[in-house]
Design a protein around this ligand. Structure first.
Ligand code: B12
Ligand code: SF4
Length: 524
């Protein structure tokens, strides 16, 4: 059978202009059926011409499409084209998992895959390819589909594979010749774990990697498997991004991975990046030293808010704004750049509080920031709660792209929230940021000299692409309010909460309320 794997279109806004990532989802499921012909078409990096694409679809029996929530309309458009060319269509990923009935309802989608895809995908392909095991559709766990009467059937949940090492290595050969970039660097992704034991209010991870009887799950790959994957990437790239949401969940395990990278010497030839959490790095400062030694030069951190009341309500009680300040300084002092995620308009935050959050982010002097209007992904408990309160304002999933507001709060309408997002981007990026970064990155003897080789691409994509996006969205310095310009007055009542002594005071035992006790035990 000939299978075309498709990553649907680029978004028109947000960080999508400057960050592209290889679809690990598709190359992971493709590895489960190596006997079938495979090709990957990635709308984010491949040239798309409709006529050519349609004739390409003609050559394939089946298309496998991945989709996050904001990509779903592009995914459905592709499925429609594929059906018109006579292909079987399979869609998996976050949106199909979180809202399967929405996807399965479309007549041109044959199979909607919920949750972990590897085993389910193999069973679907075996079923389509002669069905030698003579199974019925009902027996394929983890799929939703329409029966002959047009009713949507949701089969039983697919149980998670207990041992991630059992999955074959992702089909990295399918990525050959494709350029993926992350803030100027050329990057390949490696996944070392799945799931997260935390439970941040806005996050949908726990809905993806879960067994309904056990709730939250966290599974890891063995060190030897991780190293095999590291060696398997195309080393022409200059960064490996350990792409799971939280690479440092288990500090002991993270240390082992870092020690192995150092011992093997790969850290002399490759840079690394990962996503982490402020509280973990604050409590384990030696981890920062080791990350540096292992040649980690970019870290993504969820900064979220300068207001403790918001951090608490997000289930991030173990983090304080003062800790953020300490961790950001420690990382940047080493020459590790920080990409921060900041939430605009968490419920309870007034306009003034949002502006304080923006100003604090500017003061932190992060390398790069994504300002996200608070977003409740459909299928999450947070979404249900907001819906019940009448806060959801957008039913079009296109707006769930972490750039457009999809909800309001009791304090802010979604329009006010949009204006604040625009204000945040303008104040952060259009007032001296470029000069500060240029000073650091262009210094051949400075801590950030590792950026030099990526600078041209960063300028081309980041600065031109990013500024182009700002311009098209009407983001200019004119949108910066007087309140935000008057920094001293704005910050006077929250400055004390940022004192380093406040961070130290919170060094009481962890409030483990966001973790299950067994997992907390293993991790800390
Ligand atoms: C790396 C990453 C990125 C990378 C690369 C994206 C990519 N091409 O995969 C970058 C940085 C570019 C990125 C961008 C964005 N991301 Co992102 N990203 C991730 C992250 C951290 C890991 C993804 C990953 O590789 N996982 C490993 C693979 C193996 O798992 P998987 O993708 O889930 O695939 C499995 C199943 O879902 C399923 N499956 C998936 N597709 C298919 C298809 C078929 C046919 C089948 C059968 C099965 C199947 O099977 C796979 C194997 O089990 C996830 C969080 C996470 N931990 O998953 C967020 C996450 C997926 N991203 C998210 C978001 C919101 C975005 C952005 C919209 C943010 C933004 N505005 O900038 C953009 C969208 C860009 C776009 N147009 O595609 C959200 C999605 C929420 C949602 N409901 O859709 C997540 C969950 C983060 C979060 N905590 O909220 N992202
Ligand atoms: S730490 Fe929070 S935001 Fe990050 S993956 Fe875990 S639950 Fe989601």
């Amino acid at each position: 059978m000939k299978i075309l794997y498709i990553n649907p279109a680029r978004l028109e806004s947000g960080m999508d202009a400057i960050i592209t990532g290889a679809p690990l989802s598709l190359i992971s499921i493709a590895a489960m059926v190596p006997e079938h012909d495979a090709k990957l078409f990635d709308f984010k990096v491949d040239k798309y011409r409709e006529r050519q694409f349609r004739s390409e679809l003609n050559l394939y029996d089946t298309v496998a499409i991945t989709s996050m929530t904001p990509q779903i309309y592009s995914a459905l458009e592709v499925a429609k084209m594929a059906k018109e060319q006579g292909c079987n269509t399979i869609i998996g990923g976050y949106q199909p998992t979180l809202v399967p009935e929405f996807v399965a309802d479309h007549e041109y989608v044959d199979f909607t895959v919920r949750g972990e895809g590897e085993h389910t995908f193999k069973e679907i392909i075996d079923y389509l390819d002669g069905n030698k095991k003579r199974i019925s559709l009902k027996e394929i766990d983890g799929i939703s589909y329409k029966n002959k009467e047009g009713n949507i059937i949701h089969n039983s949940e697919r149980k998670l594979e207990p041992n991630l090492d059992n999955f074959p290595m992702p089909r990295r050969d399918l990525l050959k010749g494709k350029l993926y970039t992350y803030l100027g660097t050329t990057t390949r992704q490696v996944e070392t774990s799945r799931g997260c034991p935390h439970n941040c209010k806005f996050c949908c991870i726990i809905k993806m990697w879960r067994n309904s009887d056990k709730g939250t799950t966290y599974r890891t790959k063995s060190i030897s498997r991780i190293m095999r994957e590291v060696y398997d990437v195309d080393w022409k790239n200059n960064f490996i991004f350990f792409c799971e949401d939280n690479f440092t969940i288990n500090v002991k395990r993270t240390n082992k991975i870092l020690d192995t990278l150092i011992k093997s010497g790969v850290n002399n030839k490759m840079h690394f990046s990962c996503q982490s959490r402020v509280d973990t790095l604050y409590r384990n400062p030696e981890l920062i030293d080791k990350l540096y030694k292992a040649n980690f030069r970019q870290v993504f951190l969820g900064i979220e808010s300068v207001h403790q009341q918001s951090l608490d309500a997000m289930n991030k009680k173990n983090t304080t704004p003062a800790m953020v300040k300490v961790v950001v300084k420690s990382l940047r002092d080493k020459g590790i750049s920080i990409f921060g995620g900041v939430i605009i308009g968490f419920p309870g935050e007034t306009k003034r509080m949002v502006r304080q959050n923006i100003q604090n982010t500017i003061n932190l002097d992060l390398d790069c920031v994504q300002f996200t209007p608070i977003t409740a992904f459909p299928g999450t408990d947070f979404y249900d709660e907001m819906k019940e309160k009448g806060m959801i304002t957008a039913s079009n999933y296109k707006f769930y792209d972490l750039f457009h507001p999809m909800m309001g709060t009791e304090e802010l309408t979604s329009i006010e929230m949009y204006r604040l997002v625009a204000e945040a981007y303008a104040a952060f990026y259009l007032k001296g940021w470029l000069l500060r970064r240029a000073k650091e990155y262009l210094n051949p003897f400075g801590k950030f000299n590792w950026m030099l080789s990526s600078l041209l691409r960063l300028i081309k994509q980041g600065v031109l692409g990013g500024l182009g996006m700002f311009y098209s969205q009407g983001i200019t310095t004119k949108v910066i309010s007087k309140e935000l310009k008057n920094k001293v007055d704005l910050m006077k009542d929250i400055t004390p909460t940022l004192e380093i002594s406040t961070a130290k005071k919170t060094e009481e035992p962890l409030k483990r309320d966001t973790l299950t006790p067994e997992i907390a035990e293993k991790i800390y």
